[in-house]
Design a protein around this ligand. Structure first.
Ligand code: FMN
Length: 415
């Protein structure tokens, strides 16, 4: 039996300075430090004074094997630690970044070690804000965020929507540490999709009939999840918009769970932005319901007194893919659709060609329901403007890799 191989340490030799702000999300920075160290990075932690109220420095020194820095004027920091750290780091990560830190960064303050290091740094700065949604949506914070984006000195990751510490919901949650760690690892690997944002939809949608019943389809989400995983593995920032499925989130992928076709449409536009400029590619692998009940009943339909046969009025769901195709200017984002058919290969190709023209997409992946739904493999035919490629039956992982390589060629060199 052969020895198990050494796990890959993709961050070996990389010097990462991890700055932690005074947010309840500071505990997530400990997981992040641990993941980065596991991947081989030399991690130097800098805590703001406020951060020390939330997490103990011993946690970080234990995880990183280095003393934590907090103050420009006190040991173990030397007289010029801010300049040294700014120069020597391969990457500066500020996570969690508080509203106050964003304000300091946006206005060029150098009032503490974190803001001073950020001002000295000539390496990329990755900033993961975390705060109550009211703080995040405040015009002052949004003004600071806009300034940081316009300056181009800081790359903001998140915050994402979800439940925050107060129990309320909204945009303000820090991106999860594993997503950040995967993004950081991807930065340092020579990845073809680095700097690209790929949006993937996956799974079925569900359309409510009444509070207990709904219409859905047999999509398992496996194809879309495999594409999201492969795109992230090739360095892309991936937003995965998933219908109701029971699949784990691929590493490094930001997942947005939705229920209905209308929610999927809204999440897609949110991820890609109103002019679609926020996405480099959109892969629509989801099996979106074509119809939904005209009006979901507020009360459960009861058997007693129920009409038999019971008529259910259905209305057409929004044509998500068609709307994206119509809204696109030029060739970005690259649009990939799926066509699911029950007929033979000729019908499949004809249907894929119709979809290609009618929806203004760049590629349609044709597949047959019985060969695709809920399986771990699939047999597909790729149909593009100048492409007709029947592929052999293969695992969804391999098919996803094939599609991502097609995307890489479409998107070209990010530089
Ligand atoms: C319990 C508690 C939780 C807080 N959580 C956050 C937060 O998540 N995000 C934020 O921007 N500020 C938060 N604050 C406020 C900051 O800690 C405060 O603005 C502090 O001055 C930030 O300092 P720093 O940016 O140097 O870390 C919180 C304060 C308290 C008391």
């Amino acid at each position: 039996m052969s020895e198990p191989s050494e796990p890959a340490r993709p961050l070996c030799g990389r010097r990462i300075t991890l700055c932690v702000g005074g947010s309840i999300a500071a505990f997530k920075a400990a997981s992040l430090a641990s993941l980065l160290v596991k991947d081989g990075a030399e991690v130097q932690v800098v805590l703001t004074q406020a951060a020390t109220e939330f997490i103990n420095e011993a946690t970080f020194s234990g995880l990183t094997g280095r003393p934590v820095l907090k103050n420009m004027f006190e040991p173990p920091a030397g007289a010029e630690v801010h300049i040294e750290l700014g120069r020597a780091s391969d990457l500066l990560v500020i996570a969690p970044a508080t509203a106050d830190l964003l304000a300091r960064l946006a206005t060029g303050r150098a009032s503490d070690l974190v803001s001073t290091v950020a001002l000295c740094a000539r390496c990329p700065i990755l900033c993961a804000p975390a705060m109550h949604p009211s703080m995040w949506s405040h015009p002052a914070t949004q003004r600071n965020v806009a300034t940081l984006r316009a300056d181009g000195c800081v790359e903001l990751v998140g915050p994402v929507e979800g439940v925050v510490a107060s129990g309320e919901s909204g945009v303000g949650r820090m991106v999860e540490p594993d997503v950040l760690a995967a993004m950081i690892t991807a930065r340092f690997a020579a990845k073809e999709l680095l700097g690209r944002h790929v949006v993937v939809t996956a799974g079925p949608t569900a359309e409510d009939i009444d509070p207990v019943r709904y219409i859905t389809n047999r999509s398992s989400g496996k194809m879309g999840f495999a594409i999201a995983e492969r795109a992230a593995a090739h360095g892309a920032r991936v937003t995965l918009i998933a219908g109701p499925v029971f699949l784990p989130t691929p590493r490094g992928v930001e997942r947005i769970d939705i229920w209905s076709a209308e929610q999927m449409r809204d999440a897609l536009w949110q991820a890609a932005g109103p002019d679609l400029a926020g996405a480099d590619a959109i892969v629509m692998a989801a099996a979106v319901a074509d119809f939904r009940p005209a009006a979901a009943r507020a009360e459960k339909i009861r058997r007693e007194g129920m009409a038999d046969p019971l008529a259910l009025d259905l209305v057409a769901n929004p044509d998500i893919i068609g709307a994206l195709g119509r809204a696109r200017h030029g060739t970005r984002p690259v649009l990939v659709g799926f066509a699911m058919e029950t007929g033979d290969d000729d019908e499949l190709v004809a249907s894929a060609r119709r979809k290609l023209d009618a929806k203004h997409v760049d590629l349609v992946v044709g597949n047959r329901a019985e060969e695709a739904f809920a399986r771990d493999d699939n047999r597909a035919i790729l149909v593009g403007r100048t492409l007709l490629e029947p592929l052999a039956r293969q695992s969804k992982h391999d098919l996803a890799e094939r599609l991502v390589m097609w995307l890489v060629r479409q998107l070209g060199d990010p530089t």
